[in-house]
Write a protein that binds this ligand. Structure first.
Ligand SMILES: [Zn+2]
Length: 224
């Protein structure tokens, strides 16, 4: 069966506006079969969504994930459980693979969002590459597509949603035999994926910018 997946979404556990349960509801309304909440440096939102989904059943399924800020740049990691990762990519890759997790560089050529850039070629162990991020520029995404081709790695397309309107703006078709986190991760490893390249609608770009400013101001007020 072919599943529609958006594997890069932020919740209230980092800088996203929607809670994990709201994200699940909206993703279901938008026809997504699989999501991953990948908050910055915390599995918390993802674990809550996973627990909630296991209780209510149905779709979308939740892949447990996180976006780790390494010294070299951001990487997405998908695991069956919460794991504490080192912030150096070589060490992270090693630990992630011992734990059977997937490691995917996030928006590698997006300089605003701390992509790792050409360092992508220093590592051969990526499980896939985020070749399309709906929040990045087309130029950055085209470079990521080229890098995935040169490295011979599967490509994922994600929204990197921070507000509800952005959920599912880009997504990946994943072909699986069975509806489970394990078989979805295995299908990604084997490259049974087809990324769908879409950009965000203009009104969500403005809403996202307003949300980011609000979030920054809130963070600043908390510190002072
Ligand atoms: Zn992100």
């Amino acid at each position: 069966m072919l599943l529609r997946a958006d594997l890069h979404i932020h919740s209230t556990f980092s800088d996203g506006r929607a809670s994990p349960s709201e994200i699940l509801y909206i993703a279901g309304e938008k026809g997504l079969d699989v999501i991953s909440i990948t908050d910055h440096d915390t599995f918390a939102g993802s674990l809550i969504a996973h627990r909630y989904q296991s209780k209510i059943g149905g779709l979308p399924l939740v892949i447990i994930g996180v976006e780790v800020r390494c010294v070299e740049g951001d990487v997405l990691v998908y695991c069956e459980k919460e794991i504490d990762f080192p912030r150096r990519i070589d060490l992270l890759l090693e630990k992630a693979h011992v734990e059977s997790c997937l490691v995917v560089p996030a928006h590698p050529y997006d300089i605003v969002r701390l992509g790792i850039g050409d360092l992508i070629f220093n590592y051969k162990e990526w499980d896939a590459i985020e070749v399309w991020n709906a929040s990045s520029t087309k130029g950055a995404n085209l470079k990521a597509i080229k890098a995935a081709q040169l490295l011979g790695k599967p490509g994922l397309a994600n929204s990197d949603a921070h507000i509800p309107e952005e959920i599912g703006t880009s997504y990946t078709y994943i072909e699986v035999d069975e509806l489970s986190q394990g078989s979805i991760m295995e299908a990604i490893r084997k490259g049974k994926v087809k990324p769908v390249y879409r950009s965000r609608p203009f009104n969500s770009v403005i809403k996202r910018a307003l949300w980011s400013v609000k979030h920054l101001v809130r963070g600043f007020m908390k510190k002072t």
